[in-house]
Write a new protein. Structure first.
Length: 494
């Protein structure tokens, strides 16, 4: 049956709410902007407040008999070939936790690629799930991780046949992708589900030249951030479900456990409108973005000292299976500066913000919202950065560990270490101790230290030198990293 994607149930209900002039004696207390501070109204505009109504008892009636959200979610599911879709307003950080809780419970095992986002680790801490870490494919030359292979998951399942399922991140923040179909087949031979953290892949279903996306590849649950590569508002996220390995009502229950009882209709409207935009015009819009990205990538290659990572860099034996060209990962190692320096210079001198920074790269994300004007501004700024680079040298040295040094032993469950007795010790005394906190270079948000891991000198040196060079570590207990939170007791006891 053909589904009509010209409608947008949330947007239509919101328009109807205003057309009928409804008067609320319920939250939100600003009462359609009337009570909002004038200075706030001046900055935000009244449209923000006019779109801020209760989801039930406002947008819909108190028993949600209009099925506004239900209809919007059904349209989203159809647009991306899923059986069910759930909207959330707490970002994919909530969505991935809900997915994990629907697959495994306390003290049950879940196979997880170790390149997972910090939200996955937060899910482990909250749930008590026991992670079985599956190593990514490490590019030692570029100090970069790509998603694990199906063979890696096969080996992990053989060693842990009681695992309840698997979770993989694809695409990574760097745009590299796994062979999801092969990983799904590994899981389904054992009748367990595959969760894909596809936060960076909202656009993938809408153009044939983009990498295959999770639902089409056979994954059971897929988590997607519409605000990253789509055109939803920040925190707008969806998770999709197909098959019968995870009951839809169970996934909904787990989501309700974590989600807010006061969801933002503004975010719902953004999700609903983006679905309509992509269902009607997605191929055209994504095709334009791909063409523009190709032009930008070629132009960056002409700038001395810059190289845009391409398939030859990221894909092949021992590396990723596919890549999305839109993140635009630019290696600036030849400029003799760090990505942190480059991002700071671009923001200060050209008013341009980059989406990703690390010790040798910056990310110039291209979406369907860009055009030749914005691309021209970016290219002009990058050329000026290359000219300014000599003034920024010498770059602070970041001591990046080898792949074998980067991985630390998991001595305790993340939940036990995080909530157990702990103490702060000088970083000089932390090696050999069990971490009781998460420490995450952000972006991209992949923890270098997990609660329960036994700390080592190479990882501590990496974080200390990275912090000195400009690395952002937003979740460290001590922002200066003079101390580390570790499990209480002597090293031999923990």
């Amino acid at each position: 049956m053909t589904v009509d994607h010209t409608g947008a149930p949330v947007l239509e209900a919101l328009s109807d709410y205003h057309r009928k002039g409804r008067m609320s004696f319920a939250p939100p207390g600003h009462k359609q902007a009337r009570g909002a501070d004038p200075a706030v109204r001046e900055v935000l505009g009244d449209a923000v407040f006019l779109g801020d109504v209760l989801a039930s008892g406002g947008l819909d009636d108190r028993l949600t008999r209009g099925r506004v959200l239900e209809r919007a979610q059904a349209l989203m599911a159809d647009a991306v070939h899923a059986d069910h879709t759930f909207f959330t307003t707490c970002g994919s950080s909530l969505s991935v936790k809900a997915a994990m809780l629907a697959v495994a419970g306390p003290h049950e095992k879940l196979l997880i690629g170790r390149d997972a986002h910090k939200s996955v680790v937060s899910g482990l801490i909250l749930s008590g799930v026991e992670p079985v870490w599956v190593e990514p494919r490490w590019d030692a030359e570029r100090n970069l991780a790509h998603p694990p292979t199906a063979a890696d998951f096969e080996k992990a399942f053989d060693a842990h046949p009681d695992a309840k399922g698997a979770l993989i991140t694809s695409p990574t923040p760097y745009g590299t992708c796994a062979d999801l179909r092969a990983v799904a087949e590994v899981c389904h031979r054992r009748a367990v589900p595959l969760i894909v953290d596809e936060a960076w892949g909202a656009h993938l279903p809408f153009h044939p030249d983009l990498p295959s996306w999770a639902m089409d590849a056979g994954a059971d649950i897929c988590v997607t951030s519409i605000h990253k590569m789509g055109s939803g508002l920040e925190q707008g996220s969806v998770f999709h479900l197909q098959g019968d390995l995870v009951p839809a009502d169970l996934l909904q229950m787990r989501s309700d456990l974590l989600g807010t009882t006061s969801p933002s209709v503004l975010l719902y409207a953004g999700l609903d409108g983006w679905r309509r935009q992509m269902a009607l015009h997605g191929k055209e819009l994504m095709g334009g973005a791909l063409d523009l990205a190709a032009e930008v990538r070629a132009a960056v290659e002409e700038i001395d000292g810059m190289h845009v990572n391409d398939r030859d860099d990221f894909c092949g034996a021992g590396m990723a299976d596919d890549m999305d060209p839109l993140p635009g990962i630019i290696d600036i190692d030849a400029l003799g500066i760090t990505g942190y320096q480059a991002a700071d210079w671009l923001r200060e001198h050209r008013g341009i913000d980059m989406h990703l920074t690390d010790h040798r790269r910056i990310g110039a994300q291209i979406t369907h919202a860009d055009d030749r004007e914005t691309a021209g501004e970016l290219l002009a700024a990058l050329k000026e950065l290359a000219d300014a680079a000599p003034e920024l040298r010498p770059a602070p040295r970041v001591e990046v560990p080898s792949p074998s040094e980067l991985r630390m032993a998991q001595a305790r469950l993340p939940r036990d270490a995080f909530f157990g007795p702990a103490e702060n010790v000088p970083v000089s005394e932390a090696a050999g101790r069990v971490a009781a906190e998460m420490i995450t270079p952000y972006p991209p948000g992949i923890p270098a230290v997990l609660p329960g891991e036994r700390l080592t000198e190479p990882v501590l040196r990496y974080l200390l030198t990275g912090l000195k060079a400009g690395m952002n570590l937003p979740d460290a207990t001590d922002a200066e990293l003079a101390t580390i939170r570790v499990a209480a007791g002597t090293p031999s006891e923990d």
